[in-house]
Design a binder for this molecule. Structure first.
Ligand code: FMN
Length: 235
């Protein structure tokens, strides 16, 4: 017995196709995303599971002149005073323990390698990083916040909401890139969006139509096999 009708096999494969075809896209074409599409994505995402149904997420969705002004301010601060800004939380510990450090190194060499940027080409890597401030030129930029009085549990909920947004976007033929990078510029973001004092900027996301050429040449990020993260008991 289940609360859901048994899905046809092709529905399972459609859900899994969407889950497996999502990737972090950092290259977009110049094509607007209409507001109905954005509302559809947000409408699907709000069904994310959440501890005690507290639904602790907030999303600020920007496009057009609002996004352009935010992008200009972020690019400016990143060019002029990058060291003066800090995220309100640590995304990674320093040093990052194994096996995570090796995976991060592999990501860097695959991503920058696919752009023909050498490991010691600090300027080219920095230029690529700067593109975060422009949301990789995607037409829609989201800022996610959480009430700073909440605990780690609610951050789990926010992650599920963000994943739902990525999948609902993928289902509509859109690409996404979630970004922790911009959380350091929360003061700049505050100047442009009506965040309440208790809201902490957690991350941002670019959404748009991906550049089809990049979709062909992009490196596939390796995903650890089941045995690396799960053990099965009693089967
Ligand atoms: C919470 C989160 C934060 C991320 N932050 C950034 C970021 O700041 N800049 C960036 O270029 N990519 C960022 N990414 C994308 C990851 O690098 C990417 O998801 C990872 O390399 C795996 O690749 P895939 O998403 O294509 O499978 C982030 C992803 C997540 C889920």
């Amino acid at each position: 017995m289940t609360n859901h009708p048994a899905p046809a096999t092709n529905e399972v494969s459609e859900v899994e196709r969407i889950m497996k075809s999502r990737f972090a896209n950092r290259f977009y074409i110049d094509r607007a995303v209409d507001v109905e599409t954005i509302r559809g994505i947000l409408d699907a995402a709000r069904y994310a599971g959440t501890g005690a149904n507290v639904q602790p997420w907030r999303a600020y969705v920007t496009t057009g002149a609002v996004k352009d002004a935010l992008t200009a301010a972020l690019s400016d601060v990143h060019a002029t005073a990058p060291g003066a800004h800090r995220s309100e939380f640590s995304y990674f510990p320093d040093p990052l323990p194994e096996p995570f450090a090796s995976r991060r190194r592999e990501f860097g060499s695959l991503f920058y390698g696919s752009l023909n940027i050498a490991a010691d080409d600090v300027a080219a890597r920095a230029e690529q990083t700067t593109r975060n401030c422009r949301f990789f030129d995607a037409p829609v930029a989201l800022i996610f916040t959480i009430d700073r009085r909440l605990e780690k549990g609610s951050w789990l909920d926010l992650g599920m909401f963000i994943q739902n947004i990525m999948l609902a976007a993928t289902a509509r033929g859109l690409d996404t890139c979630t970004q922790e990078f911009l959380s350091r510029y929360h003061l700049v973001i505050r100047d442009h969006l009506p965040l309440a004092a208790e809201e902490m900027v957690v991350c941002s996301m670019a959404i748009g139509f991906g550049d089809p050429q990049w979709a062909q040449q992009r490196p596939q990020m390796p995903k650890a096999p089941i045995e690396a993260f799960a053990s099965l008991h009693g089967f």
